[in-house]
Design a protein around this ligand. Structure first.
Ligand code: DOR
Ligand code: ZN
Length: 435
């Protein structure tokens, strides 16, 4: 099907377009302007709405294979669509762990059969993510892995990290690290500080993150690798990353919406919907993240969508698993808290949620609305206010701390590979075959 999107406000950080324009979709590709002949094009009026390159989430947990009761390929990618995402990376902490070609192949095949957005698997760095033996990166890559990480755990073996950074330097592959020293974090379940004391819960010192960030940056620098730090959450980590960038180390990082919007002061009682790893930090940390977002020290925003069943999250901080979902709320929360408040521009938000992730992980023809690029496009009504209601989520899980929050920025249309896949709360295709 061919589409002509008219009268929308186009925001494309790559080409720096920020004006009312028309775009059209033909044979799965996007073009600026009006087609020479309009016959056969379905015209969609986008007046009063923004048209942006489809959002790209470089950090999600789809839980497939192994934990399909929390989420699966179909539900997770529908949640992505509802949030305006057209591509996502899924982390390897599944069962089996995605440390082998068969599991990567399973994810790629399943995304083709039952997925609704482009799914890019992240392979494990080490077998079973145990930090002992390297996975076969070339093999995983040839089956579709775009990057490697032991997310959920810090790959703390320095010898292996040197070899991983060497591989990164040789191949140009950007490696993702979950920086958290378990020997410092111990059995902590919440940020160590006045709130952990008040609630009598074991705390995680912020040094658990920043000492790991410091070591990994050092190894990245020695080996000339490319390193991406997942879900940065502390002020000190930001300072370390900033200094490394000033030395031209090829280091990038992401922040989550929840670390930008919430702090440990939002945790009033033993409600594990706020339990996440890294933990919600102090307001001083949160303010440093916002400053780093503005200055560009933080490169991208990723959700770390981490679904868990109700009965798992009902058990309080000591017993529940870490994690919050985020795909269906990320854009609207960020738009409401940061763009509407004039803290960052809409162009910058789209850059960090689409253009830059595509660039960091070399996703060809994605992250921009440039002639001939893939027609992955999101149309959003930024004027409409609505209330976040997990009742309407496509995710199988509802573990969000933002239930009931009023936000602006409603996703209206989502095109994936030129197919109209989502419109106003409805998924429009049975399956997408897009990679
Ligand atoms: O809160 C988190 N949940 N952080 C992680 O690093 C892992 C994730 C999960 O898999 O549930
Ligand atoms: Zn994660």
């Amino acid at each position: 099907m061919k589409f002509l999107l008219q009268n929308g406000h186009l925001i494309d950080p790559l080409t720096k377009l920020n004006s009312v324009e028309s775009v059209y979709i033909d044979s799965g590709k996007v073009y600026l302007g009006i087609p020479q002949k309009k016959d056969g094009f379905k015209v969609i009026d986008c007046s009063g709405k923004i048209i942006v390159p489809g959002l790209i989430d470089a950090h999600c947990h789809l839980r497939d294979p192994g934990f399909e009761y929390k989420e699966d390929m179909s539900s997770g990618t529908q949640a992505a669509l509802a949030g305006g995402f057209t591509s996502l990376f899924c982390m390897p902490n599944t069962i089996p762990v995605a440390d082998n070609a068969d599991t990567i192949e399973y994810i790629v095949d399943k995304s083709r059969q039952t997925g609704f957005v482009n799914v890019y698997p992240v392979g494990a760095l080490t077998i079973s993510s145990k930090g002992e033996k390297l996975a076969d990166f070339d093999e995983l890559k040839s089956h579709g892995a775009v990057s490697f990480s032991d997310d959920g755990h810090w790959m703390d073996n320095s010898d292996l990290m040197m070899r991983i950074m060497d591989y990164s330097a040789q191949t140009g592959t950007r490696i993702i690290q979950h920086c958290e020293d378990a020997k410092i974090a111990k059995n902590g379940v919440i940020n160590q500080g006045e709130v952990s004391v008040k609630l009598k819960l074991p705390g995680i010192p912020s040094a658990a993150e920043y000492t790991a960030v410091f070591k990994d940056i050092s190894l990245c620098e020695i080996m000339n690798g490319k390193l991406h730090i997942a879900h940065v959450s502390t002020k000190r980590s930001i300072e370390i990353i900033k200094q490394a960038k000033e030395r031209s180390v090829d280091i990038t990082c992401e922040v989550t919406p929840h670390h930008l919007i919430l702090s440990h002061n939002d945790i009033k009682d033993d409600n594990a919907v706020y339990k996440v790893n890294p933990p919600l930090q102090s307001d001083e940390d949160r303010n440093a993240l916002i400053e780093a977002l503005k200055s560009g020290v933080i490169d991208i925003i990723a959700t770390d969508h981490a679904p868990h069943a109700d009965y798992e999250k009902d058990k309080g901080f000591l017993q529940s698993p870490f994690g919050m979902i985020g795909l269906e709320t990320a854009f609207s929360l960020l738009y409401t808290h940061f763009v509407k408040q004039n803290i960052i521009s809409l162009n910058d938000l789209v850059y960090k949620m689409s253009t830059k992730p595509a660039e960091l992980f070399c996703l060809k023809n994605k992250g921009a609305l440039k002639d001939g690029y893939d027609a992955d496009i999101t149309v959003i009504d930024c004027n409409e206010e609505y209330t976040i209601d997990p009742e309407y989520f496509f995710s199988k899980s509802i573990n969000t701390p933002f239930n009931g929050k009023k936000v602006f920025g409603k996703v209206v249309y989502v095109f994936v590979g030129g197919n109209l896949s989502y419109h106003n709360g409805e998924i429009l295709t049975d399956k997408a075959s897009i990679i």
